[in-house]
Design a protein around this ligand. Structure first.
Ligand code: SAH
Ligand code: SF4
Ligand code: F3S
Length: 460
């Protein structure tokens, strides 16, 4: 199945799962002759990989489609437009009805079928919508993995069974599914052979991963801690990360890997959403604030220097000033290195959308500003504390200014250095000379660092 070169432009919104899916769509479309181009105007096929998590994200899909429609008309109708991702899954019929310029709609578990769908629209026959849930079939059908940098995501767990009352993900991504350890390790090896140094294991609830152990292992199903040890043993893999985790699935073995595995980066993104037990209950998070703090304590005991990140929602239905202050208290207690905070967004079809006592927009704004102010001060404090230290930085791309390189510290802080040409794709040791709340400036002191250096440095 090859053909004349055709331009492909994929625009990605939303979370790491979508970033991964966009890469895999490129892999799926490559045998058909599709190669990435830098602008939608130059593309034969434009894919919008969409996010449904908050109202604003969904609105973006429709405004972007309006722009693409005009582009398609200006080009004489040659451009094909595909909508993928979570809005496709949730509102596929609506998209086809509202925007006739869209040629096809494909959900997050169906994009391995893109080649047949494209063939069908070329013949102008058959269905233009594929939104089945078939995660297992999808992974079996995907081609070999191509890397496009020194850090790569591998999806190990898809879907969500947690049903937090505010969240659309269980509806857009379907039930939890874990890939087998062998399939994940094979993908990691393919990437390591292409020079990838950092593997990021991703999932909507990545620590709910419970997959088949590697063939030859007599044990029962594995947990994420075992998978991390297995991946860290692959030659060339110098760093491992995992994201995003749920507090309920933070088991002892996973916590222990933070003490035991040198390659595992000292960073944990563990969303808590709220510090009020009443609100946590209404959100169906199934843990209390004290239980969350207890997990943090255990993680810190395993890895004292770990950087902690989280997600917060302000203005969940029924949230009082007191509830909100409990969130601020929790933040003060944990001291995060970075965090995301969102105003609650009412999502159709979720239980919270129908709850009484929806919070005023102005109150949400005010609480968001107060929370962000605190989180930003904590981020600045965390970053300031790394000034003067030497950290191994994995350089992933060129910076804004010429000869600048941008990379990440083990703590997931962006670091830029001057005179960085030649560093991209490598780990080098940088002395941190300045910090803002969102990034660090470094100066290269040694051109090769290893994960073992990182570990000994980090506990120094
Ligand atoms: N699976 C992850 C998060 C997935 S969504 C987890 O459970 O932690 C990413 C973040 O978006 C969530 O952590 C939450 O903070 C936010 N979010 C989800 N639904 C939202 C909504 N309806 N309104 C505002 N923020 C929301
Ligand atoms: Fe959404 Fe909750 Fe599942 Fe995270 S755990 S994806 S917030 S339902
Ligand atoms: Fe958005 Fe879907 Fe991810 S709704 S956050 S792209 S799982």
């Amino acid at each position: 199945m090859s053909g004349a070169p055709k331009g492909l432009y994929i625009k990605t919104y939303g979370c790491q799962m979508n970033v991964y899916d966009s890469e895999r769509m490129r892999d799926v479309l490559k045998p058909l002759g599709y190669a990435p181009v830098n602008a939608p105007e130059a593309a034969d096929l434009v894919v919008l990989n969409t996010c449904h998590i908050r109202e604003k994200a969904t609105e973006k899909t429709f405004s972007e489609l309006g722009k693409l429609k005009r582009m398609k008309e200006a080009g004489g109708g040659r451009m094909r437009i595909a909508v993928a991702g979570c809005v496709a899954q949730a509102e596929g019929d609506e998209i086809l009805r509202r925007q006739p310029a869209v040629d096809l709609v494909v959900g997050p578990q169906s994009y391995h079928r893109l080649p047949e769908m494209i063939a069908r629209i070329a013949r102008e026959t058959g269905d233009r919508l594929e939104t089945d849930f078939a995660a297992e079939e999808k992974f079996d059908a995907l081609p070999a993995r191509a890397s496009d940098g020194p850090s790569a995501f591998i999806s190990v767990q898809e879907g969500c069974d947690k049903f937090c009352t505010f969240c659309v993900v269980p509806y857009t991504r379907g039930a939890e599914f874990s890939r087998a350890a062998d399939a994940i390790a094979a993908e990691a090896r393919q990437l390591a052979r292409q020079g990838v140094k950092e593997i990021v294991l991703i999932g909507q609830n990545v620590n709910a991963w419970h997959g088949a152990p590697p063939s030859g292992d007599a044990g029962r199903g594995w947990g994420l801690g075992q998978l991390i040890r297995h991946i860290a043993r692959i030659g060339g893999v110098e760093r491992v990360r995992y994201t995003t985790s749920h507090p309920l699935d933070m088991d002892d073995d996973l916590i222990a890997t933070h003490a035991e595995v040198d390659q595992l980066a000292p960073f944990l993104h563990l969303p808590v959403q709220s510090g009020s037990d009443r609100i946590l209950k209404a959100m169906n998070r199934r843990h209390s604030a004290a239980e969350y703090l207890r997990i943090i304590e255990q993680v810190r005991a395993a890895r004292p220097d770990i950087a902690l990140a989280s997600d917060f929602i302000v203005g969940f239905p029924g949230e009082s000033e007191r509830d909100f202050e409990a969130t601020l208290d929790l933040v003060r207690e944990v001291r995060f290195s970075q965090a995301y905070a969102f105003k609650y967004s009412r999502r159709p079809g979720t239980p919270a959308a129908g709850m009484d006592l929806q919070v005023d927009e102005a109150v949400k704004e005010e609480r968001l500003a107060r929370l962000l102010d605190l989180l930003q001060r904590q981020a600045q404090t965390f970053n300031d504390a790394t000034v003067g230290r030497r950290l191994p930085v994995l350089f992933t791309r060129a910076g804004k200014h010429s000869d600048q390189a941008l990379g990440y510290s083990p703590y997931m802080q962006p670091v830029h250095v001057d005179n960085g040409a030649g560093l991209i794709g490598r780990i080098a040791e940088a002395e941190i000379v300045a910090a803002t709340m969102s990034s660090l400036t470094g100066r290269i002191v040694k051109e090769s660092g290893t994960a073992a250096d990182a570990a000994s440095e980090a506990v120094a």
